[in-house]
Design a protein around this ligand. Sequence first.
Ligand code: PNS
Length: 161
Amino acid sequence: MANKKIIGLYPGSFDPVTNGHLDIAKRAFDICDELHLAVVGNPSKRALFPVEERVELLKKTTKHLPKVKISSFDGLLVNYAREIKANIIFRGLRAVSDFEFEFQMALINRSLHPGIEVVFLVPNEKFIFLSSSSIKEVAKLGGNVKGFVPAVVQKALKRVY
Ligand code: PNS
């Protein structure tokens, strides 16, 4: 991508955003000229937090990344990538177990939009085990999620459960 402006798109459910997501966002931010974080509005999984709140939580927790753009999208990811002129989709890869789904999704997305590259980023090893689903389960069962999610997310989880 020599001399080309790198416009990155890091999509996800972010239900809710975790410190693992924020670690990936920072890594993507350091690579891009412009970075968009986008919350899927029509997730295949049922979400705990409404899309507006997931966007809000992302906004509050990415203030250290100047000019990062937070939004939501409906429909196909590649259509949204075209709309914002993104040329890279970032996804976090934690373990081999993530790989098959991510690999399939990357190939589908690239066949739908040949102009896009999918880049996998690996989080700091302290977040390798972390997922929004496990955080929700721990919070639901009364466990402490401090250190796994930012304080505002901790509060939001407390409110829900
Ligand atoms: O955080 P997640 O739940 O792993 O994110 C998954 C996401 C939102 C990236 C994926 O479900 C997605 O891109 N959904 C939009 C619909 C789409 O484009 N599907 C085709 C790709 S297989």
